[in-house]
Design a protein around this ligand. Structure first.
Ligand code: ZN
Length: 315
Protein backbone atom coordinates (compact mmCIF):
# COMPACT_ATOMS: atom_id res chain seq x y z
CA UNK A 1 0.00 0.00 0.00
CA UNK A 2 2.92 2.25 -0.70
CA UNK A 3 0.75 4.28 -3.09
CA UNK A 4 -1.61 5.30 -0.27
CA UNK A 5 1.34 6.38 1.84
CA UNK A 6 2.83 8.31 -1.05
CA UNK A 7 -0.41 10.26 -1.54
CA UNK A 8 -0.55 10.91 2.19
CA UNK A 9 3.05 12.04 2.25
CA UNK A 10 2.41 14.54 -0.54
CA UNK A 11 -0.76 15.86 1.15
CA UNK A 12 1.03 16.26 4.48
CA UNK A 13 3.95 18.00 2.85
CA UNK A 14 1.61 20.44 1.03
CA UNK A 15 -0.26 21.29 4.25
CA UNK A 16 2.86 22.22 6.22
CA UNK A 17 3.70 25.80 5.09
CA UNK A 18 0.20 27.15 5.77
CA UNK A 19 -0.08 25.41 9.13
CA UNK A 20 3.29 26.82 10.22
CA UNK A 21 1.93 30.32 9.57
CA UNK A 22 -1.30 29.50 11.41
CA UNK A 23 0.74 28.45 14.47
CA UNK A 24 2.63 31.76 14.39
CA UNK A 25 -0.71 33.59 14.83
CA UNK A 26 -0.60 32.16 18.38
CA UNK A 27 -4.32 32.52 19.06
CA UNK A 28 -6.89 30.28 20.82
CA UNK A 29 -7.03 28.05 17.70
CA UNK A 30 -3.36 27.12 18.19
CA UNK A 31 -4.27 23.71 19.67
CA UNK A 32 -6.26 22.96 16.51
CA UNK A 33 -3.35 23.91 14.25
CA UNK A 34 -0.97 21.91 16.44
CA UNK A 35 -3.21 18.88 15.92
CA UNK A 36 -2.87 19.33 12.15
CA UNK A 37 0.93 19.36 12.55
CA UNK A 38 0.66 16.11 14.50
CA UNK A 39 -1.67 14.45 11.96
CA UNK A 40 -0.19 11.09 10.95
CA UNK A 41 3.21 12.25 12.21
CA UNK A 42 4.01 8.96 13.96
CA UNK A 43 3.60 5.56 12.35
CA UNK A 44 3.39 2.74 14.91
CA UNK A 45 4.24 -0.73 13.68
CA UNK A 46 1.85 -3.53 14.61
CA UNK A 47 2.70 -6.85 12.97
CA UNK A 48 2.87 -6.02 9.26
CA UNK A 49 0.79 -2.86 9.51
CA UNK A 50 1.53 0.80 10.15
CA UNK A 51 -0.90 2.72 12.35
CA UNK A 52 -1.33 6.52 12.29
CA UNK A 53 -3.76 9.00 13.90
CA UNK A 54 -5.78 11.52 11.91
CA UNK A 55 -6.37 15.13 13.07
CA UNK A 56 -9.75 15.30 11.27
CA UNK A 57 -9.35 19.02 10.50
CA UNK A 58 -10.87 20.57 7.39
CA UNK A 59 -7.61 22.43 6.82
CA UNK A 60 -5.53 19.27 6.72
CA UNK A 61 -5.12 17.93 3.20
CA UNK A 62 -4.46 14.43 4.52
CA UNK A 63 -7.88 14.45 6.17
CA UNK A 64 -9.64 16.62 3.57
CA UNK A 65 -8.99 14.13 0.76
CA UNK A 66 -10.41 11.34 2.89
CA UNK A 67 -13.42 13.47 3.77
CA UNK A 68 -14.11 14.37 0.13
CA UNK A 69 -14.02 10.72 -0.96
CA UNK A 70 -16.07 9.59 2.03
CA UNK A 71 -18.79 12.25 1.48
CA UNK A 72 -18.97 11.33 -2.19
CA UNK A 73 -19.36 7.65 -1.37
CA UNK A 74 -22.05 8.32 1.19
CA UNK A 75 -24.19 10.63 -0.95
CA UNK A 76 -23.73 9.23 -4.43
CA UNK A 77 -26.05 6.18 -4.12
CA UNK A 78 -28.92 8.50 -3.16
CA UNK A 79 -28.21 11.07 -5.89
CA UNK A 80 -27.54 8.96 -8.96
CA UNK A 81 -30.44 8.60 -11.35
CA UNK A 82 -32.12 11.79 -10.16
CA UNK A 83 -32.46 14.91 -12.33
CA UNK A 84 -29.90 16.95 -10.37
CA UNK A 85 -28.41 20.33 -11.26
CA UNK A 86 -25.65 22.24 -9.56
CA UNK A 87 -26.55 25.84 -8.80
CA UNK A 88 -24.13 28.43 -7.43
CA UNK A 89 -25.64 31.31 -5.47
CA UNK A 90 -23.61 34.36 -4.57
CA UNK A 91 -23.97 37.88 -3.28
CA UNK A 92 -21.58 40.80 -3.03
CA UNK A 93 -18.46 40.37 -0.86
CA UNK A 94 -18.48 41.38 2.80
CA UNK A 95 -15.82 42.49 5.30
CA UNK A 96 -14.87 39.96 7.96
CA UNK A 97 -17.12 41.50 10.60
CA UNK A 98 -20.20 40.72 8.47
CA UNK A 99 -19.19 37.25 7.30
CA UNK A 100 -20.98 35.20 9.94
CA UNK A 101 -24.17 37.20 9.57
CA UNK A 102 -24.08 36.88 5.78
CA UNK A 103 -23.71 33.11 5.91
CA UNK A 104 -26.67 32.91 8.31
CA UNK A 105 -28.67 35.13 5.95
CA UNK A 106 -27.89 32.90 2.97
CA UNK A 107 -28.98 29.77 4.81
CA UNK A 108 -32.17 31.44 6.00
CA UNK A 109 -33.09 32.64 2.51
CA UNK A 110 -32.45 29.21 1.02
CA UNK A 111 -34.91 27.79 3.50
CA UNK A 112 -37.39 30.50 2.57
CA UNK A 113 -37.12 29.76 -1.17
CA UNK A 114 -37.57 26.05 -0.53
CA UNK A 115 -40.67 26.65 1.56
CA UNK A 116 -42.06 28.92 -1.12
CA UNK A 117 -41.53 26.15 -3.66
CA UNK A 118 -43.39 23.68 -1.46
CA UNK A 119 -46.30 26.12 -1.16
CA UNK A 120 -46.41 26.72 -4.92
CA UNK A 121 -46.12 23.15 -6.19
CA UNK A 122 -47.19 21.21 -3.11
CA UNK A 123 -44.08 19.03 -3.06
CA UNK A 124 -40.80 19.71 -1.26
CA UNK A 125 -37.68 20.16 -3.34
CA UNK A 126 -34.89 17.62 -2.84
CA UNK A 127 -31.23 18.49 -2.70
CA UNK A 128 -28.24 19.48 -0.65
CA UNK A 129 -25.82 22.35 -0.40
CA UNK A 130 -22.42 23.35 0.92
CA UNK A 131 -21.12 26.82 1.76
CA UNK A 132 -17.75 27.95 0.47
CA UNK A 133 -15.94 31.12 1.51
CA UNK A 134 -13.20 32.64 -0.62
CA UNK A 135 -11.12 35.75 -0.01
CA UNK A 136 -10.26 38.68 -2.23
CA UNK A 137 -6.80 39.92 -1.18
CA UNK A 138 -7.16 43.16 -3.18
CA UNK A 139 -10.36 44.37 -1.55
CA UNK A 140 -9.71 42.38 1.67
CA UNK A 141 -13.27 41.09 1.59
CA UNK A 142 -14.84 37.66 1.92
CA UNK A 143 -17.03 35.95 -0.60
CA UNK A 144 -19.39 33.37 0.90
CA UNK A 145 -21.33 31.41 -1.67
CA UNK A 146 -23.55 28.38 -1.83
CA UNK A 147 -23.08 25.35 -4.07
CA UNK A 148 -26.43 23.65 -4.17
CA UNK A 149 -27.38 20.42 -5.85
CA UNK A 150 -31.08 20.55 -6.67
CA UNK A 151 -33.35 17.84 -8.00
CA UNK A 152 -34.94 20.20 -10.49
CA UNK A 153 -35.55 20.80 -14.18
CA UNK A 154 -33.64 23.67 -15.83
CA UNK A 155 -36.77 25.85 -15.52
CA UNK A 156 -37.14 25.08 -11.86
CA UNK A 157 -33.45 25.83 -11.25
CA UNK A 158 -33.93 29.23 -12.95
CA UNK A 159 -36.96 29.87 -10.78
CA UNK A 160 -34.88 29.02 -7.70
CA UNK A 161 -32.12 31.45 -8.68
CA UNK A 162 -34.65 34.20 -9.39
CA UNK A 163 -36.24 33.74 -6.00
CA UNK A 164 -32.81 33.96 -4.43
CA UNK A 165 -32.14 37.27 -6.22
CA UNK A 166 -35.53 38.61 -5.13
CA UNK A 167 -34.84 37.62 -1.52
CA UNK A 168 -31.48 39.43 -1.62
CA UNK A 169 -33.10 42.53 -3.09
CA UNK A 170 -35.84 42.50 -0.47
CA UNK A 171 -33.24 42.52 2.33
CA UNK A 172 -30.96 45.09 0.74
CA UNK A 173 -28.21 42.54 -0.03
CA UNK A 174 -26.56 43.21 -3.37
CA UNK A 175 -26.45 40.24 -5.74
CA UNK A 176 -26.15 40.32 -9.51
CA UNK A 177 -27.62 37.90 -11.99
CA UNK A 178 -24.12 37.38 -13.44
CA UNK A 179 -22.92 36.11 -10.06
CA UNK A 180 -25.29 33.13 -10.13
CA UNK A 181 -24.72 29.97 -12.10
CA UNK A 182 -26.88 27.06 -13.20
CA UNK A 183 -25.04 23.94 -14.30
CA UNK A 184 -25.99 21.16 -16.66
CA UNK A 185 -27.83 18.05 -15.53
CA UNK A 186 -25.62 15.95 -13.28
CA UNK A 187 -24.42 13.02 -15.35
CA UNK A 188 -20.97 12.31 -14.01
CA UNK A 189 -19.86 11.56 -10.45
CA UNK A 190 -16.93 13.89 -11.10
CA UNK A 191 -19.33 16.82 -10.91
CA UNK A 192 -20.27 15.62 -7.48
CA UNK A 193 -16.64 15.59 -6.47
CA UNK A 194 -16.69 19.28 -7.33
CA UNK A 195 -19.37 20.06 -4.74
CA UNK A 196 -17.76 18.06 -1.92
CA UNK A 197 -14.34 19.42 -2.72
CA UNK A 198 -15.57 22.93 -2.14
CA UNK A 199 -16.10 22.34 1.54
CA UNK A 200 -12.41 21.83 2.08
CA UNK A 201 -10.87 24.11 -0.54
CA UNK A 202 -8.06 26.30 0.75
CA UNK A 203 -4.97 27.56 -1.05
CA UNK A 204 -2.03 25.20 -0.78
CA UNK A 205 1.28 24.56 -2.51
CA UNK A 206 1.96 26.65 -5.60
CA UNK A 207 -1.10 28.82 -5.01
CA UNK A 208 0.89 30.40 -2.17
CA UNK A 209 3.45 32.22 -4.27
CA UNK A 210 5.51 33.98 -1.60
CA UNK A 211 5.79 34.52 2.15
CA UNK A 212 3.52 37.56 2.06
CA UNK A 213 0.68 35.72 0.31
CA UNK A 214 1.21 32.82 2.71
CA UNK A 215 0.80 35.15 5.71
CA UNK A 216 -2.26 36.82 4.30
CA UNK A 217 -3.79 33.44 3.47
CA UNK A 218 -3.13 32.19 7.01
CA UNK A 219 -5.05 35.16 8.47
CA UNK A 220 -7.91 34.56 6.04
CA UNK A 221 -8.04 30.82 6.72
CA UNK A 222 -7.98 31.48 10.47
CA UNK A 223 -10.92 33.90 10.14
CA UNK A 224 -12.89 31.38 8.08
CA UNK A 225 -12.09 28.68 10.64
CA UNK A 226 -13.83 30.72 13.33
CA UNK A 227 -16.92 30.92 11.13
CA UNK A 228 -17.15 27.31 9.99
CA UNK A 229 -15.82 25.45 13.02
CA UNK A 230 -18.23 22.81 14.30
CA UNK A 231 -20.70 23.51 11.50
CA UNK A 232 -22.06 20.77 9.28
CA UNK A 233 -20.43 20.70 5.85
CA UNK A 234 -23.36 19.32 3.88
CA UNK A 235 -26.93 20.44 4.51
CA UNK A 236 -29.63 18.28 2.96
CA UNK A 237 -33.31 18.91 2.32
CA UNK A 238 -36.36 17.11 0.94
CA UNK A 239 -35.93 13.35 0.81
CA UNK A 240 -32.11 13.36 0.69
CA UNK A 241 -30.85 11.75 3.87
CA UNK A 242 -28.09 13.56 5.77
CA UNK A 243 -25.02 11.45 6.52
CA UNK A 244 -22.70 11.34 9.46
CA UNK A 245 -19.70 13.61 8.82
CA UNK A 246 -17.37 12.08 11.38
CA UNK A 247 -14.09 10.61 10.21
CA UNK A 248 -12.06 7.62 11.30
CA UNK A 249 -9.52 8.44 14.00
CA UNK A 250 -6.97 5.82 13.09
CA UNK A 251 -5.52 4.60 9.83
CA UNK A 252 -3.89 1.21 9.45
CA UNK A 253 -2.08 0.26 6.29
CA UNK A 254 -0.52 -3.09 5.47
CA UNK A 255 3.16 -2.82 4.58
CA UNK A 256 5.08 -4.96 2.13
CA UNK A 257 8.27 -4.73 4.17
CA UNK A 258 8.76 -5.89 7.77
CA UNK A 259 9.65 -3.10 10.21
CA UNK A 260 10.02 -3.08 13.97
CA UNK A 261 10.51 0.46 15.22
CA UNK A 262 8.04 3.35 14.75
CA UNK A 263 8.37 5.97 12.03
CA UNK A 264 8.41 9.73 12.66
CA UNK A 265 7.57 12.50 10.22
CA UNK A 266 10.31 15.05 9.57
CA UNK A 267 9.78 17.73 6.95
CA UNK A 268 9.09 15.59 3.88
CA UNK A 269 8.85 11.94 4.88
CA UNK A 270 8.48 9.42 7.71
CA UNK A 271 11.79 8.04 8.96
CA UNK A 272 12.50 4.85 10.92
CA UNK A 273 13.27 6.02 14.48
CA UNK A 274 16.22 3.63 14.80
CA UNK A 275 17.72 3.24 11.33
CA UNK A 276 16.64 6.55 9.77
CA UNK A 277 15.34 4.69 6.72
CA UNK A 278 12.69 6.50 4.65
CA UNK A 279 9.21 4.96 4.72
CA UNK A 280 8.17 6.18 1.27
CA UNK A 281 11.04 6.03 -1.16
CA UNK A 282 9.44 8.10 -3.93
CA UNK A 283 10.26 11.73 -4.62
CA UNK A 284 7.69 14.47 -4.05
CA UNK A 285 6.78 16.06 -7.43
CA UNK A 286 8.60 19.29 -8.16
CA UNK A 287 6.51 22.50 -8.24
CA UNK A 288 6.87 22.51 -12.03
CA UNK A 289 5.13 19.16 -12.32
CA UNK A 290 2.33 20.30 -10.02
CA UNK A 291 1.81 23.47 -12.03
CA UNK A 292 1.73 21.62 -15.30
CA UNK A 293 -0.76 19.09 -14.06
CA UNK A 294 -3.07 21.74 -12.70
CA UNK A 295 -3.27 23.35 -16.12
CA UNK A 296 -3.99 20.02 -17.66
CA UNK A 297 -7.50 18.95 -18.61
CA UNK A 298 -7.39 16.27 -15.93
CA UNK A 299 -7.32 19.01 -13.30
CA UNK A 300 -9.57 17.28 -10.81
CA UNK A 301 -7.58 14.08 -10.94
CA UNK A 302 -4.39 15.83 -10.03
CA UNK A 303 -5.40 18.67 -7.74
CA UNK A 304 -3.46 18.24 -4.50
CA UNK A 305 -5.60 16.84 -1.74
CA UNK A 306 -8.10 14.96 -3.84
CA UNK A 307 -7.36 11.30 -4.38
CA UNK A 308 -7.07 10.28 -8.00
CA UNK A 309 -9.65 7.55 -7.57
CA UNK A 310 -12.05 9.49 -5.32
CA UNK A 311 -14.95 9.38 -7.72
CA UNK A 312 -14.25 5.81 -8.74
CA UNK A 313 -14.62 4.41 -5.25
CA UNK A 314 -17.23 1.70 -5.07
CA UNK A 315 -20.81 2.93 -4.77
ZN1 ZN B 1 -5.26 15.47 9.31
Amino acid sequence: MIETLQKRRYAKWLTQPLVKELLILDNPRKWHYQNITNCCSTGFIEDDRIKMHYCKSRLCLVCARIKTASMLNKYYPDLKGRDMRMVTLTSRNVPLKDLKERIAFMKQQLMYVRRLNTRVVGVAMNGLYTVEVTYNPTSKTYHPHVHALLEASADKAHWFVNQWLLACKKHGVKASIRGQHIGQRLTNPRQLLEIFKYVTKFPHGKELKDVESLRQTAKMVDAIMVTIHNKRMVITFGNIRAHDESQHEVSTITLDTKYESPFSWANDNWYDQITGEELVPIKIPTPKVIKYKRKDKEYYDEVPGVPKDAWELKH
